[in-house]
Design a protein around this ligand. Sequence first.
Ligand code: NI
Length: 395
Amino acid sequence: MSNSVCDAARQLHERLTAWRRTLHADPELSGHEERTAGFVARQLRELGYQPEERVGGTFGLVAALGPGTRRAVALRADMDALPIAEETGLAFASRSPGVMHACGHDAHMAMLLGTAQLLYQRRNELKRPVKLIFQAHEEQRPGGAQPLIAAGVLDNVARIFGLHIWSEMPLGTLGTRGGAFMSGVTDFRIAITGRGGHAAMPHQGVDPIVVGAELVTALQTVASRSVAMTDNVVLSVTQFHAGSANNVLPEAAELRGTLRTLDEAVRAVAERRLRELAEGIAAAHRAAVEIELFPGYPPLVNDPDTVARALAAARTVGFNDDQLQTLPVQGGGEDFAYYAQKVPAALLFLGARNPAKGCNYPHHHPRFDIDEDALPLGTALLTQLALGDDGEGFG
Ligand code: NI
């Protein structure tokens, strides 16, 4: 790191670490981030901000800074922890049994607080307003992003950036991808009702297992015959429940599974084909069918131009080309996707893996930890994203 933002972020190391550890020790589950939000609000007020709290009926909070004449840059951190019993043995490990910051959202808050501090000191240099969004409830549907958006947090926002710490990438690296970056998820349940009877006289009944078996096979055509080769769909039937005896035709069968896509239009096609196949095959066999879809977060699509701007800012604060990685599409979901549906957005992954410090466990693992040397790097990057001149087309 080389410029003045980097130097300032480096000097914040101790404070960033203290914030992160305080938050780490007191994790709260999705939708219950009351103490967390209170802590963040206090820090923001001490730094000179007047945060708006409980935005959209959630524990999310938003702090704004800078001249009001142009559209803003928004920076988002999430705040919730997971229902995991921590096994790191750290001095600042969770004091709440069964709850743990095992995804690094404690680090996200610390880095955004650090950014708040650096930006406040440089508020006269801001070329446009900045919105700092501390969002609740990311880990669980329906997510805390939509209520914030409904409450208007993206009004007059030109661009939004999110930074996720990432234990799969070495400390000092930054990864992302333009376009589809994380997948959209729809879980499903298909309940087939036939007519039970004696297994020796199936002609008198309607066998729901035969219907279900045909359906499992037919559902594979959603990916192979319903969308173009350039579109991506994965459909997996993961549960098939029916029957309890060798000589009895059961009355009902139930299939469950999950559908993953990288595009909302493709997701709509896949959901429609799933319904048509289930209803058609059931009807052909005189069985009844009930279909339930459980839509999760939509696909997260990064705006390529916003990604390019993020990479330029990363170079400014000292990331070199070897440290900037183009990542493959990620299988997980993120409710940052909702922001990205509204305004140009980029979600970035900040490497924090360091086996020498025991920071080599995956996210959502009881021994998950990060190398805290990543905190100043992320703080410098977020600060630069807010300070940097976007030039043309920013509005
Ligand atoms: Ni996360």
